[in-house]
Ligand binder design. Structure first.
Ligand SMILES: [Zn+2]
Ligand SMILES: [Zn+2]
Length: 132
């Protein structure tokens, strides 16, 4: 079982994830667009208890929207790090751009494609597309 290291943009938060990211997805939902500033977030699902914060735990903030799951970010630089209700949930979404260690396997699907924005073009990359 490999251990991957991750960090936020400012480097204040550091963490480790052990185990596998399964599944791996680009999420195009409207929440992910807003929190990331991009067309989608790139995520790997991991067990919440496989994520170990090694620095900067006090910098983490969790936002619980009225609908949907809690999202956790660095309060200094705003990097979004974990979704899907981490740390209480059994499984968390780990934002793949936060991972520093090279690993095999990118996202295999696009999800929430019903929320593709008017200004957004889904890439023609042959990956599975799921409406939600
Ligand atoms: Zn940061
Ligand atoms: Zn999303």
């Amino acid at each position: 079982m490999s251990v991957l290291e991750g960090s936020c943009l400012c480097g204040g938060v550091r963490f480790e994830v052990s185990g596998e990211f399964e599944p791996r997805s680009y999420c195009h939902c409207t929440s992910c667009k807003r929190l990331s500033g991009g067309a989608a977030t790139a995520n790997g699902r991991a067990r919440s208890d496989s994520i170990r914060i090694t620095a900067g735990r006090e910098l983490l903030r969790t936002y619980q929207p009225d609908e949907g799951s809690a999202k956790t970010f660095c309060s200094v630089c705003g990097s979004n790090l974990f979704g899907a209700g981490w740390p209480e949930s059994e499984f968390a979404s780990v934002r793949l751009p936060a991972i520093d260690t090279p690993f095999e396997g990118g996202p295999t699907r696009h999800i929430f494609t019903r929320s593709v924005a008017a200004w957004e073009t889904l890439p023609d990359d042959g990956l599975l597309c799921e409406e939600d």
